[in-house]
Design a protein. Structure first.
Lengths: 292, 247
């Protein structure tokens, strides 16, 4: 018996997306244009899924899902491409009134995940008080400290039906590792969800996990993971250090196309009309014709 | 005699004004997320009169020495991933510099959306950390293009709270034209200094409300020769500061 024995949780991209249902609340890990599970996001865009509530520190995951008409409501603190400040598809969706928005402060959002991850109904925070975040989220309540007089925002648990995260390494049992400089909130997303799916740059033997990173890089435990899928370059075009950096040239192409419906149709035809293998092939072809 | 030094560019004046934001802050994190100029300013402050400041290399690394713009830290002294930034907001040992799309006379600012939030005419970033930052941390602002579109009597959405909405401390606003503070009885924005070559009337014409204007408005401090050397040779040899603020 090797250490990878036991009930494997390895799935295909389509099996992961096939386990989702219309109307679900889907949390997406990463941050902005960093370590997003883009292969899974692309597959959702190709699927018939609809009416999703997407919970994300938003980047091009949010943009692509908006462009594909998959989003009924977005829960976020921002949507950005980082090196390009504004996300064009998110902007268009908002300006067209195509999506509903729950807009939180970044810290409120983290507390919502934190509460859900730990089975708490809410967590109190002063963040948000006095701001219009409370005005546009009229269901938010405040609480008074039982030990003093402070009024605090009671951030409700951000419970997720499903979480999707992309990690650098994982084993077949669903233990997952980040090797870059920031875990983002991926462990919180996973713990806040009823079912979590991990895509990874590379599946490895359990006994190999610590060859590339220290013990504390094992961010996600199999106890919280329903399925794992190997998607090399699967965070493309977002950053996935140290496996690959953000593909800035491709991101510029994306952002330029996203700002213009005609250009977007051509971009979608070229890159998004096939499966993940076709996408990666098209990206390779793009790289070859535009040397950097 | 000091050697001849080319006169400071407007961007360099702005960077020094941003450095001054951190004077006296002590051993806290300078989170100058608004752009190259405040980032340069925070690192310049650390390299000169505020050596206890903690600064990042633009990522989650707290650098052992002020890092040049765009470079990774040569030596790390700490780790500050996003989650710890968000905890640090609550902890309070942090002074943030953000870039408002709109800001009102009491420092309430908008980075969320222009127009009606329900269906904006221009969707912007979203609130990001502005609500918590302003409530819990000393906060300053950087405006690289001072205009009546940015300085507005009312903001369309209060992402960050001002003095009249329970801010911890809105310290100052540095722009490409001037520095505002809030040193007035009701914390209304006050013109503190104008940059060399800028007239008070230039500022007022570019500001969509009436700030408090003292009888005498001094000029913004110009960089010392040593500050210019550090900016030009050490912290920003590529001149990113001048891209953000055209001369």
């Amino acid at each position: 018996m090797t250490t990878t024995a036991g009930p494997g949780k390895v799935m295909s991209i389509d099996e992961v997306v096939g386990s989702l249902a219309d109307g679900m609340t889907v949390g997406i890990g990463g941050w902005g244009s960093r370590r997003k599970p883009m292969a899974l996001v692309r597959a959702i865009c190709r699927s018939p899924l609809r009416d999703l509530t997407v919970v994300s520190y938003g980047g091009p995951d949010v943009g692509l899902l908006c462009a594909a008409g998959k989003v009924r409501r977005l829960v976020t603190a921002f949507a950005t491409l980082d090196s390009i400040p504004l996300e064009p598809h998110f902007r268009a969706a908002r300006q067209d009134g195509a999506i509903e928005l729950t807009e939180y402060d970044e810290g409120m959002f983290m507390f919502g995940l934190y509460a859900a991850a730990h089975g708490l109904p809410f967590l109190p925070t002063p963040a948000g008080l006095g701001s219009d975040v409370l005005r546009v989220n009229p269901s938010l309540r405040t609480v008074r400290s039982p030990y003093g007089d402070e009024e605090l925002v009671a951030v409700p648990a951000l419970r997720l039906d499903v979480a999707l995260v992309h990690m650098n390494r994982a084993d077949a049992r669903g233990n997952a590792q980040y090797l870059g400089p920031d875990p983002y909130m991926d462990d919180l997303f996973v713990k806040a969800a009823g079912a979590s799916y991990v895509s990874c740059e590379r599946l490895v033997d359990t006994s190999d996990l610590l060859k590339e990173g220290p013990l504390q890089s094992l961010l996600i435990s199999r106890a919280h993971v329903a399925g794992v899928v190997e998607t090399p370059n699967g965070a493309h075009f977002t950053d996935c250090e140290p496996d690959h950096r953000r593909d800035e040239a491709f991101q510029r192409l994306y952002a330029k196309a996203a700002a213009d419906p005609g250009a977007w149709a051509a971009f979608a035809e070229r890159f998004l009309s096939g499966d993940e293998t076709a996408y990666q092939d098209a990206v390779r072809a793009f790289r070859e014709e535009s040397p950097r | 005699m000091s050697p001849t030094v080319a006169a400071a560019s407007r961007a360099e004046v702005c960077a020094v004004a941003c450095a001054e934001l951190f004077r006296g802050d002590g051993e806290i994190v300078a989170a100058a997320v608004a752009g190259f100029v405040p980032m340069l300013g925070s690192r310049l402050a650390r390299a000169t009169f505020a050596p206890d400041l903690l600064t990042t290399d633009g990522g989650p690394v707290l650098s052992a020495e002020p890092a040049p713009l765009g470079a990774s830290a040569a030596v790390a002294e700490g780790w500050l991933p996003f989650r710890d930034h968000l905890w640090l907001v609550l902890n309070g040992r942090r002074h943030v510099v953000m870039g408002p799309s709109q800001i009102d006379p009491y420092g309430t600012m908008n980075i969320s959306a222009i127009g009606d939030w329900e269906r904006p005419t221009r969707q912007l970033l979203g609130s990001r950390g502005a609500p918590g930052n302003t409530r819990l941390n000393p906060t300053s602002y950087w405006v690289p293009r001072h205009s009546t579109r940015v300085f507005t009597e009312k903001v369309d959405f209060a992402s960050g709270v001002g003095w009249d909405r329970g801010a911890r401390e809105i310290r100052a606003v540095v722009t490409n034209l001037c520095v505002f503070d809030f040193a007035t009885p009701d914390h209304r924005m006050r013109l503190r200094t104008v940059h060399p070559g800028v007239r008070v009337d230039d500022v007022l014409a570019a500001t969509g409300f009436e700030p408090v204007v003292p009888d005498e408005v001094p000029e913004t401090r110009v960089p010392t020769a040593e500050e210019l050397r550090i900016m030009r040779e050490v912290l920003d040899p590529k001149g990113l500061r001048d891209r953000e603020v055209p001369a």
